[in-house]
Design a protein around this ligand. Structure first.
Ligand code: GDP
Length: 297
């Protein structure tokens, strides 16, 4: 994640910090390179424009160019702007799982990593937070997906709702809610059906499940490798069902990281977790400061 962007920016800032005195023209020229690096990382154009403008406004003042270490001041401004772009304003990063049983609705396109992420989060809540977790698959179109959740559940030692053939997604959600309450679970994950593309039937179903389930969180799982498409999918899902946050998967395979940088600015929704591999432990809380530090090396 971010390796190529980090390398590019590292080169630009190395030159800036080594330069000693800086003119405004030096800063402008460095920011031109930053702009190119961000665009190559597949960060969306409006986000890049706004980012570069904000840095430029702050970095071309005399306080910077006349300071003893102007290069370092520019890097600090970029660092702070990265954190702003990644995190926005005061979002809690922990999942809301008070007042048990708390329902977490998992939504996303087919193949985005939804089922894997559901199991990863369930394992994390069980092991890190000592929560009793129940998972239920609502993917009535794909029996294999329902079975897959059961297999993962067994692997990580988390209960799954038994499969009853012929039920609709809403019926499964209702049964899961009852089971979660009766069984004394703290958290219920509802793994909704995915489609290859956003379509109305899918959205209607997710909305019906959401209305019944009254989830504490609705997490959208998107494939980080799809870059700006991931951001578009997030915008659509948020408009149609309302999401509380995003999980970006397959970031282990994306050295550019553009989706991570555009997500918050374009959708207004925070990235809550990042998937960095297929293993059940390969999920990480998204921490803007750590990520900004990583990008700047
Ligand atoms: P779903 O259709 O959205 O439920 O997708 P799945 O959970 O079945 O995942 C599809 C494939 O992506 C599986 O082979 C997963 O192992 C893989 N996958 C999920 N998350 C990640 C991730 O963060 N990194 C990598 N490399 N693979 C992932």
């Amino acid at each position: 994640m971010f390796e190529s962007l980090s390398e590019r920016l590292g080169g630009v800032f190395d030159r800036l910090t080594k330069a000693g005195a800086l003119s405004e023209a030096d800063v402008v020229s460095a920011l031109r390179e930053v702009r190119t690096a961000l665009l190559e990382a597949d960060v969306s154009l409006p986000v890049v424009r706004d980012f570069v403008k904000r840095v430029q406004d702050k970095a071309t003042g005399s306080a910077v160019t006349k300071s003893v270490t102007p290069g370092q001041m520019v890097v600090k401004i970029v660092h702070d702007e990265l954190i702003r772009v990644l995190a926005g304003e005061g979002e809690p990063d922990a999942l809301k799982i008070d007042n048990p049983p708390a329902t977490i609705l998992m939504v996303g396109l087919q193949g985005s990593g939804k089922t894997t992420t559901t199991a990863k989060l369930a394992k994390r809540l069980k092991e890190k937070n000592g929560k009793r977790v129940l998972m239920a698959s609502l993917d009535t179109n794909r029996p294999a997906a329902m079975e897959q959740l059961g297999i993962l559940g067994t692997q990580i030692g988390v209960d799954t709702l038994p499969i009853v053939k012929g039920e609709t997604a809403v019926q499964i959600a209702r049964r899961a809610k009852t089971q979660a309450a009766m069984g004394g679970y703290d958290v219920l994950f509802l793994d909704t059906a995915g489609r290859l593309h956003i379509d109305e039937v899918l959205m209607d179903e997710v909305q019906a499940v959401r209305d019944l389930a009254a989830p504490r969180e609705t997490l959208l799982v998107v494939d980080g490798l799809t870059g700006q498409d991931a951001v578009n999918v997030a915008r659509e899902f948020d408009g149609k069902v309302g999401i509380s946050g995003v999980v970006l998967t397959r970031m282990d395979g994306d050295g550019r990281g553009g989706a991570a940088l555009s997500m918050r600015a374009i959708t207004g929704k925070p990235i809550r977790f990042v998937g960095l591999g297929e293993k059940m432990d390969a999920i990480y809380s998204f921490d803007a400061e750590r990520v900004a530090g990583r990008i700047l090396g």
